[in-house]
Ligand binder design. Structure first.
Ligand code: ADP
Length: 266
C-alpha cells in the first residue's frame, strides 16, 4: 500500500508529520447490495403474477358493470392481489432500512401493537384463532418492532396445513433482568430440525414451503432488527405441533418503575 497525500507519496522529511489512512470493510456493503439486486429481481418477477390478476379482474369487473352483473368477486380478487403486492413492497422497504437506519428507543405497548398486527393480518378464510397473552411494555423502535411481529404472525397464519384453520398464540414471559421473551406459536406445517437454523438466512425457504408465497427474506430481516435491539431470535417445535418462534426484548423502564411503585405500595 502506498500512502499518498495530495497525490504525492508520503515523505515524512518533506514537512509532513504524518497522514491518516481510513479503511472501510466493504464486504458487508457489497453483500447487502448484491442481496438487494437479487431481491429486487425476485420482487419484480413476483409482482407480475398479482399484476396479471389485477389487470384481468379490472376488465372482468368492467364487463360485469356493463352487463348489470355484480362485480364484487372480481373486486375481492383485486383487493387480495393488491395486498400481496403491498406486502412485497413493505418487505423491500424494510430490508433497505433494517440494515442501518437509526433506531429510536421508545416505550411500546406490545399488547396494543400485537392487536393491531393481528387485526390487519387476520383476514383469512377460514378465520384464524388468535390467542394473545398478557404482554408487557417494551423498549423498542415501534416501526421496526411492528415489522418483526407482522412477519412472525404473518408466517404463522400463512404456513397452515392445507384445509386447516390457523391457530396462533402470542405470549411473553420474563427472562433475565429487565428482559422479556416473546413467543409466536402456531399449529402449522412445522420446520424440520435440519432447516431450523437456515430459515434465518437470506433467501432460504424450507422445502415444505414450496407452494406458499414468499421471498425468504422476512426472517433475515427479523433477525437483523432483533439483534440491533440487543436481543436474540430463535425457533423450536411447538409442543402442540407446528412451530414456535421466540425473540427477546428489553422491558420498558417506565413500566418497571410503575410496577415498582405498586410493589412499594403493597
Ligand atoms: P418467506 O415466508 O417469505 O419465504 P421468511 O424469511 O419469513 O420468508 O421464512 C423463511 C422460511 O422459513 C419460509 O420460506 C418457510 O420455509 C419457513 N417458515 C417461516 N415461518 C414458518 C412457520 N411459521 N411455519 C413453517 N415454516 C415457516
Amino acid at each position: 500500500i502506498v500512502i499518498s497525500v495530495d497525490g504525492r507519496p508520503l515523505d515524512a522529511g518533506a514537512g509532513q508529520r504524518g497522514a491518516v489512512a481510513v479503511f472501510h470493510d466493504i464486504t458487508d456493503i457489497r453483500r447487502y447490495e448484491s442481496d438487494l439486486a437479487v431481491f429486487a429481481g425476485v420482487v419484480a418477477h413476483d409482482l407480475k403474477a398479482p399484476l396479471t390478476v389485477v389487470r384481468g379482474h379490472c376488465e372482468a369487473a368492467q364487463e360485469a358493470l356493463e352487463d348489470g352483473d355484480d362485480p364484487s368477486a372480481s373486486l375481492d380478487r383485486i383487493e387480495r392481489a393488491v395486498q400481496r403486492m403491498a406486502g412485497m413492497i413493505d418487505t423491500l422497504l424494510a430490508y433497505t432500512t433494517a440494515r442501518d437506519a437509526p433506531l429510536t428507543a421508545e416505550t411500546v405497548d406490545l399488547g396494543e401493537l400485537v392487536a393491531e398486527v393481528v387485526q390487519d393480518r387476520a383476514r383469512h378464510d377460514p378465520a384464524p384463532e388468535v390467542f394473545v397473552g398478557d404482554l408487557p411494555a417494551v423498549r423498542a423502535d415501534p416501526a421496526m418492532l411492528r415489522h418483526v411481529l407482522d412477519n412472525l404472525i404473518g408466517n404463522a397464519l400463512k404456513y397452515v396445513r392445507p384445509g386447516a384453520a390457523a391457530r396462533v398464540d402470542v405470549t411473553a414471559s420474563p427472562v433475565g433482568t429487565g428482559w422479556t421473551r416473546i413467543e409466536v406459536a402456531d399449529r402449522g406445517i412445522g420446520i424440520p430440525d435440519a432447516e431450523k437454523h437456515a430459515v434465518f438466512e437470506r433467501f432460504h425457504r424450507a422445502h415444505a414451503s414450496a407452494g406458499y408465497d414468499g421471498t425468504g427474506l422476512g426472517l433475515a430481516i427479523c433477525k437483523r432488527i432483533v439483534e440491533r435491539h440487543g436481543g436474540e431470535i430463535g425457533v423450536a417445535d411447538n409442543p402442540g405441533g407446528g412451530t414456535r418462534f421466540h425473540f427477546t426484548l428489553e422491558v420498558s423502564d417506565m413500566k418497571l418503575k410503575a410496577r415498582k411503585k405498586d410493589d412499594d405500595k403493597a
